[in-house]
Design a protein around this ligand. Structure first.
Ligand SMILES: Cc1ncc(COP(=O)(O)O)c(C=O)c1O
Length: 445
């Protein structure tokens, strides 16, 4: 199967091939984000280069069209080139796009986040989720005057030095050269939904500044965290004077209008945000208890220095973020639709894989759907088994087979946006079912 798929893929992508060869000369590994090669070089192929987008579709430089499930790293919940957001960009940019000053929309976006979410009392904007989680950790250490930050294993909080330990997706089980060793860095990592962290909290209460995790592990593989586990984390961190930080860079405004914590009724001390709240332009934000965020106030005694950033509070991002939230506020039915469709897609795929005894698992939550291929079939595999048995080459073959059939996904699929219609979602189901057997059964060496 592999050879055939590569032949078809290459034949239809001469321009992408040429661009990839040039990229390898000028960019580290040909990319500006490690996962944007879609794993394809590992099986002798190359990523497609995208030229344009509209609604649920992406078009590459060779004229191939795709249903997009990657959705710009989960950011494009309204779909691509939403006409109202496009108009905001056009209208705002007439007045200029980077001033290095405060703007009215920055205040309005902060007020919106505060109004929508009970745990957000004050906000600081930056340009990425990576910065936001780094700042949240620093604020927590400064506020508690304690040292250790505990993070979930597989949790992906961006590539900052503070939290780049035991991350999922990009590297599993080994830390990158160039960062401090975990103990030296004051980081502890724990598996989700397990007692280990509670034992750690009890033993290390005097040294623990914060616990940070995503309520649904995103880059780590689409694993929802048990609500009871999150509740207990809330109680235990409160008891020992550590801050609880929810990283809602993916989950914020993804499943309903607001942060996922509002639906769960579990409120952390700090929350990091990004992606959707920028409406498709670069953004990050750290928000939460005012006494913690206020430590960043310039000029105050013992000010915590966070938030440089030439492009922090970027004017166009503030404008597109604000308009996106306005549109999402009126999108309850659409939220319900993609949540229901996503759950159904995940369940139907999972049932199919089980009935056929294929070593694939569909994970996710509501509109997030990811696919994991394992080296052998396991009935009801645990997260640990899924990760340990991951067959990366076959996962890359799956992405290639999907590209060839007009679907762009990452982590298998990724997410649904409000631009996906029912017939496209059905297409996703049918195509994944069609390729699942050959992808898992053919020889790939
Ligand atoms: C949960 C989570 N936190 C933080 C980040 C980092 O955000 P950014 O890529 O904007 O730096 C990501 C990015 O994928 C993420 O998924």
């Amino acid at each position: 199967m592999l050879k055939e798929e590569i032949d078809i893929y290459q034949r239809k992508r001469p321009k992408s091939k040429q661009l990839w060869e040039k990229s390898l000369q000028s960019l580290a590994g040909g990319v500006s984000h490690n996962i944007r090669n879609f794993g394809l070089p590992s099986i002798g192929a190359f990523p497609s280069f995208i030229h344009s987008a509209k609604g649920s579709k992406l078009m590459d430089v060779d004229g191939n069209e795709y249903i997009d499930c990657w959705n710009g790293h989960f950011a494009m919940i309204l779909g691509h080139n939403h006409p109202i957001i496009q108009k905001v960009i056009e209208d705002r940019s007439k007045y200029g796009w980077h001033f290095g000053t405060n703007t009215e929309n920055q205040v309005k976006l902060a007020e919106t986040l505060i109004r929508d979410n009970p745990s957000i009392e004050k906000v600081r904007f930056c340009t990425s989720g990576t910065e936001a989680t780094m700042y949240a950790s620093r604020l927590a250490r400064a506020f508690t005057k304690k040292r250790v930050v505990a993070k979930a294993k597989l949790g992906w909080h961006g590539a900052n030095d503070t939290l780049f330990y035991d991350v999922g997706g990009i590297i599993v089980g080994k830390d990158t050269p160039g960062i401090l060793d975990k103990e030296e860095a004051g980081v502890f990592t724990f598996p989700i939904n397990s007692r280990e962290i509670f034992n750690f909290i009890q033993k290390n209460a005097t040294d623990l500044a914060a616990v940070i995790l995503e309520p649904v592990l995103g880059g780590g593989g689409g694993f929802p965290v048990d609500t009871d586990f999150l509740k207990r984390l809330r109680e235990e961190t409160e008891k020992c004077g550590a801050l609880l930080i929810f990283d809602e860079v993916i989950t914020g405004y993804r499943f309903s209008y607001g942060l996922l914590q509002n639906d769960l009724r579990i409120f952390p001390d700090l929350t990091t945000m990004g992606k959707i709240i920028g409406g498709g332009l670069p953004i990050g934000a750290v928000g939460g208890k005012k006494e913690v965020i206020a430590l960043a106030t310039p000029g105050m005694k013992n000010q915590v220095l966070i938030g440089g950033g030439t492009f922090s509070g970027y004017p166009l991002s503030m404008a597109t973020g604000l308009k996106t939230l306005e549109l999402l506020k009126e999108s309850n039915e659409e939220y319900k639709r993609i949540n229901t469709e996503g759950t159904k897609l995940q369940q139907e795929l999972d049932q199919f894989f089980r009935e056929e005894m294929l070593p694939i698992v569909a994970t996710g939550f509501k509109s997030i759907i990811m696919l994991h291929i394992m080296s052998k079939w396991v009935e009801e595999p645990t997260i640990k088994e899924i990760i340990e048995l991951t067959d990366r080459k076959r996962e890359s073959l799956l992405q290639l087979a999907l590209f060839n059939r007009g679907i762009i996904g990452l982590h298998g699929l990724g997410s649904l946006s409000m631009a996906h219609n029912q017939s496209q979602i059905l297409q996703l189901l049918e195509i994944v079912k069609e390729v699942a057997t050959p992808v898992t059964k053919s020889t790939i060496e």
